[in-house]
Each structure stands twice: as structure tokens, then as C-alpha cells.
Design a protein around this ligand. Sequence first.
Ligand SMILES: Cc1cc2nc3c(=O)[nH]c(=O)nc-3n(C[C@H](O)[C@H](O)[C@H](O)COP(=O)(O)OP(=O)(O)OC[C@H]3O[C@@H](n4cnc5c(N)ncnc54)[C@H](O)[C@@H]3O)c2cc1C
Ligand code: SF4
Length: 325
Amino acid sequence: MKPFNFIKAAGGTQTVKQKKRTGRFIAGGTNLVDLMKKHIEQPEELIDISGSVPASIGKKAAGIRIGAMARNSVVATNPDIIAAYPLLSKAILAGASPQIRNMASTGGNMLQRTRCPYFYDPTLPCNKRNPGTGCSALTGDNRMSAIVGWSENCVAVHPSDMCVALAALDANVIITGKDQLTKTIPFKNFHRLPGNTPEQDNNLPADALITAVEIPGNAFQKNCFYLKLRDRDSYAFALISVAAALHLNGTTIVSARLASGGVAHKPWRWYSVEQFLEGKQANAQVFQQAATLVQKEIKTLPHNVYKATMLQGAIEVALQNCLNA
Ligand SMILES: Cc1cc2nc3c(=O)[nH]c(=O)nc-3n(C[C@H](O)[C@H](O)[C@H](O)COP(=O)(O)OP(=O)(O)OC[C@H]3O[C@@H](n4cnc5c(N)ncnc54)[C@H](O)[C@@H]3O)c2cc1C
Ligand code: SF4
């Protein structure tokens, strides 16, 4: 690992002033330190934000605010989150391991980098790690790669479980920019597709600090489910995940939310399926019809054709489980 300075964040808006382009904020360190060990990240300075960026979780008039330093385990077990946003709790608990969730922060989880194996292997071309060198996964092992929204420059997927629920719940990301001004980025615009600049995972401005995530109130408490399909039952990233939530009036679907992980460079909302479901009866036949709609959006790669069938089945099962939640 390359030597680096380690300093404590000054706190407040001073923290963003402290950060140089060659420095990095460090929260739980569960992704950044691994990247530093592999020389993929080589910051000259680490700014420890653990004591200064908010870690509190507080109700607001129109929802809830989660501090960016709130640890994943704390968010998942918070009584207000469990009561009003059980989908978020379920998604977080499907990720990583208890030890990692104890360290991982809300902001760091959103900014964790892809798990594409070529990204972690500096001996092989990777446009995300080294722009312009090519995408090894496009013609190599793309079994875990994207099936929607990819470009020939990058077929990686975003690895987070938590973010799939935040996408489904229409969260907002609160940031402080280098200009020390507070801005809000709708979650759906936070992560990005690879296009011609796969080195950029998201739309967070350079040197900006995430301070919190806000989630509006919703009516999805009773009928929601997070389904994660993976190679082993724990400590593995999603091949496919589905965050599903239904607001029911009797057996009629008033509104639906459906998002997936393991399918794209960003958490992916299935808007066409949500629209199809609204106003329909919540039953197996409708869920089966709804799940087929995703096929129109999918473009598989040679080694991940299986994901098309797996996704359709996962959506059906997740919707059905919303009724048994
Ligand atoms: C073995 C293993 C298995 C895992 N399995 C899963 C899984 O199944 N599902 C899943 O979702 N995740 C999984 N993870 C990933 C884990 O959830 C992330 O590593 C973690 O959420 C990152 O949070 P952190 O606080 O440790 O971030 P850090 O490593 O501290 O930081 C990550 C990045 O975010 C930046 N950053 C952090 N906080 C802020 C902020 N407030 N503002 C601006 N920049 C910031 C840092 O500069 C860095 O670039 C796994 C990790 C490991 C090691
Ligand atoms: S998919 Fe993206 S991260 Fe993976 S090798 Fe291609 S460019 Fe790199």
C-alpha cells in the first residue's frame, strides 16, 4: 500500500474545504482500504469523517433522514426504519456480513465500487480503472455482468443491496459541495450508466461530501419484500436482486415499486412493470404477466443469458412474497 497522510475531518462545511483532489474521505473503510491494498486507489491523504459527518437517524415531517455515517447495521435495526421502511432494513440485512455491516456507512455503501473481477486485476484492461484500455468483461467472463443499460465500454453492475431499496423508495441524497453549499440529488439520478465515461460511477460532484439520505413517507410497510439470488447464501453479491413493494386497497394494487440489483451499472427501476401493476388485482396471474415485461428492456451477454429467466422468476416470486410479508 502506498504511504498516505491520515487526518480527522474538521467537521461541518470545513470538511469539504479540507479535501484535496488527491485525497479521499474514509468512512468505514470496508471498500476503500481493499482498493488501496490492490493499488486501485492510491490517495495521498485520508480524511476520517467518522466523528464529524452525522450518524443519526431522525424522523422528519415528510419522511426520515439518515446521516451518511449511520452504519448499515444501525440503520437496518432502527425501530423507525423497521416500522416505516422495512424494505430498506430487509435489503441491508441481505448484504455482506454482520461484521461488515457494523463498519459500513450509508454514504460509503452508495459509493462502493463495482465487484467486476477485471476492475480488481491491474494486469488486465479495464475502462473503469484505466480509461481507454478496453473492457475485459465484454468479451471475457461476463457471467455476473449487466443485462440492461450497459455500453461496450463497461458492462459492470453496481453491487449494493441497500441502494436497490433506496431507489425503490424514491430517496434523496443530501450533499455538501466544494462550494460549501447543500444540494439534493434525487436517488434515481445519483448513480449513472457507463456510456462513454465508465470511470464515473455516479453524479456526485468532485470532492463533494454526502451528509445524509432522506426518504419520503410511503404506504409500503405491509407488503414489501427483498429477494436476493446469489452463488451462496451469505457473504456474496447479488446475481439478481429485487426490491418489491405494493400499496394495496383490499386486493387492488394502488401503487407499486420495483427495483433490481445485479442487472445494471446503477440500481434499476422497472417503471413499466410498476405502471402495469397499478390498478390491477394482486394475484399470481397478474404478477406473472407483469414479470414478462422486463424482457423488452433486457440485452444479455454471452455468459449471462441465464439472468433473463432468473430475473423474470425473481420478480414474480418477490411480488408474491409481498402478499405474505
Ligand atoms: C467481503 C465483502 C462482502 C460484501 N458484500 C456486500 C453485499 O452483499 N451487499 C452490499 O451491498 N455490499 C457488500 N459489501 C460492500 C460493503 O457494503 C461496502 O464496502 C460498504 O458499504 C462501504 O461503506 P464504507 O463506509 O466502509 O465505505 P468506505 O470504504 O469508507 O468508502 C467507500 C467510498 O466512499 C467514499 N465515501 C464514504 N463516505 C462518504 C461520504 N459521506 N461522502 C463522500 N464520500 C464518501 C470514500 O471516499 C470511498 O471512495 C461487501 C464488502 C465486503 C468487503
Ligand atoms: S465491465 Fe467495467 S469494470 Fe469490468 S472490465 Fe469492463 S470496464 Fe472494467
